[in-house]
Design a protein around this ligand. Sequence first.
Ligand code: FMN
Length: 161
Amino acid sequence: MSIGDRGFRNALGNFATGVCIVSFFNDDNRAIGMTINSFTSVSLDPSIVSWSIKKESQCYDVFAQLGQYSISVLSKNQVEISNRYAKPGDHVMMDHEYYISASGLPIVRNSIAQFECEEWKTIPAGDHDIIFGRVLDFQCTEDDEPLIFYKGGYRGLAYTA
Ligand SMILES: Cc1cc2nc3c(=O)[nH]c(=O)nc-3n(C[C@H](O)[C@H](O)[C@H](O)COP(=O)(O)O)c2cc1C
């Protein structure tokens, strides 16, 4: 069995994650978004987060070298937006889907947490790059629940005693 085969992916799929949209304004001033679930907290001081991008992705050329960008954590009601920006092709965001932060970054409306980042360090890691971002600002809305990605599908939270 090759470690890179479906069995390995299935095993990784047992690790439940949240779902986020990485977004930025391109040179034509259009908001561009991509769905990720590789978002991770890394350091509190300084405030650093990371995510990874597949080198084969059509998004790689632009997303792997962003100066400033936002990461919006999706709520359980945002499956549609997750699916829309998880496909190859058009990643231009619709006007009603985002607002513009004080520092001028596009942020997904009704997302439950938002991190505004600047490029800190990028490390090649096999078929992905790991992108570390320094968090310049953040906001958080605590009255909704997160969207969960597990075994290749979407879930909501279930509470245990
Ligand atoms: C829930 C979910 C999470 C994803 N997470 C990542 C990720 O962390 N990194 C990544 O490169 N692609 C991730 N993707 C795939 C990208 O969204 C997709 O590659 C991108 O939209 C462009 O498509 P393309 O790679 O076919 O060009 C994820 C997709 C889904 C549905």
